[in-house]
Design a protein around this ligand. Sequence first.
Ligand SMILES: [Zn+2]
Length: 355
Amino acid sequence: MDKNQMLVYLNHHTRRVKMRFVRMMLRLLRRTYKFSTMKITRNIFRMKMKNIPATDDESGDEEQQAERLVRRDLLDGVFSLRQLFCSGSDFKKNIIKYILKTRHNVVYARWEKEKLEAKCKGKGCHWEIYCSVENHIGKWMVKHYYNEHLCHPTGRCELIKNPIIDDLFLEDIRRDPEMSGSEIKYEMKRRYNIIISPNQAKVARRRILDRLQAECDEQFSRLRDYELQLCTMNDGTTVEINTTTRDDGSEAFSHMYICFEALRSAWKQNCRPIIGLDGTFLKHSMKGIMLIVVGRDPNNQIFPIVWVVVDCENNPNWEWFVRKLKEDMGLGLGENITLISDMHRGLIHSVATEL
Ligand SMILES: [Zn+2]
């Protein structure tokens, strides 16, 4: 085989390996999430080969583009004459974005079912915008827009009230529930250069914590639906949710075990018999511990296999987890399996008992 033949062979071989890898990934995606392979490949080819947009969403004139931004909730705080909005609340959202962007004290001068008008309250300023329903297209349209400020932004904006502050800091407090009212006030000034009162910040914090708690309660109340959905979408998936009964007779969450069939079979077929077991604390109002089992895939990357949520890391919980794992993964008496762990006493005890 000469040099050229060798290059052709190598090129052909690499392409085959790549195609095999792509096929494997698509199979895994389809098995795990029931994705439509045709749709994925069609979009990839449309994007790559023909250099045309992946969906019809990317083309069109300025008005259509503005409408698409509204639809995707990506309003940018910019207005133009004859701009369209899907609803009055989209127009209002864009007003808030405009305020956050420009710091001008814009307020509503008129708010009716099918008409909205906003003006700048700055001294001697004539900035104003009027938007109303355009019946024949069923959308809201900017009919009048005078875009010139004669005022200087002071950072005090009447429309930046608690519901707006709640939305702005929801994710921050989700990540760090210890964030205080004064930190919210400081961040509001730092990020948007807008001044809010200490009381507004305090109320926002309390409202966000209440909202997060309600969200958490709702998620717990839908755990059985989640279990059903997981089993329907991925045959063979193991889900176990255990509850305890409170004094008043209602059910309280206790343990949850999840192992996707796609992950289990992929680990058995393709990965080395090495598993790592560990636990991590769950923060916020939920508390508890998440115990995880991971393997190593053929590329030596972490491969998640099983995860559970328990109230604490103790002997009975580790024992329950290792027993479930043994049954579910068919680990037998632990022959030919290498375990990696942080040597937690509960884990050592349960491995000694079960494997
Ligand atoms: Zn102004």
